[in-house]
Design a protein around this ligand. Structure first.
Ligand code: FMN
Length: 181
């Protein structure tokens, strides 16, 4: 075993889902970015958290309006996911469209979800914990939808949930196994 430090420590907790988070500004402008640092936090009520760096335009929009969608995406969207995770909406007008994402309205909040996502979680910000370079935003999931072709009580292998390994390397779960019960 060798010691790792700094940024590489975060890589020790990957692969993990490469989601896209979408939010609206107070003027109604839309933006989104890739977020791998998501985590379930509570079951009832359903709370999930995302960790966002302060400079992200998406962070600014979430602070302005307090709502966002988390989109769980399939392998086929890897290039678009990488694009929205490496370019800022500060530099590209309508980044989500340039990435090729088609959007669809949400039911309980204003920010849309992504057409063809495996799952869309509609989130309302509950609280925030500020750390030196990232902010942990905990939100309540007020509605969640999943593509039932790939999910009964868990995602099937054929869903090919897109995972981020590190840098520009992505993966999909290639072999499920069942632990002894
Ligand atoms: C696979 C991947 C995962 C990422 N995960 C996060 C994350 O969890 N938190 C974060 O703040 N930025 C993350 N990023 C970086 C942002 O998506 C990136 O800085 C993006 O360009 C910000 O766009 P914005 O300024 O339009 O919001 C990730 C990028 C990639 C490619």
């Amino acid at each position: 075993m060798k010691e790792v430090s700094g940024r590489l420590i975060t890589r020790l907790l990957h692969p993990r889902p490469a989601c896209v988070v979408i939010a609206l500004s107070k003027e109604g402008k839309i933006n989104g970015c890739t977020v791998a640092w998501t985590t379930p936090v509570n079951v009832d009520p359903p709370l999930v958290a995302i960790s966002l760096a302060y400079g992200r335009l998406t962070y600014q929009y979430i602070k302005e309006t307090g709502e966002f969608t988390i989109n769980v995406l399939p392998r086929s969207m890897a290039d678009a996911v990488h694009y929205v995770g490496t370019v800022s909406g500060r530099d590209v007008e309508d980044k989500l469209s340039s990435a090729g994402f088609k959007l669809r309205g949400s039911k309980r909040i204003k920010p849309p979800g992504i057409e063809g996502a495996l799952a869309v979680l509609e989130c309302v910000v509950r609280d925030e914990l500020k750390y030196p370079d990232h902010s942990l935003i905990t939100s309540e999931v007020v509605r969640a939808e999943v593509n039932e072709q790939y999910f009964t009580t868990l995602f099937s292998e054929s869903a090919e949930v897109l995972l981020h390994v590190g840098g520009s390397v992505y993966a999909v779960p290639s072999k499920y196994l069942r632990a002894r019960e």
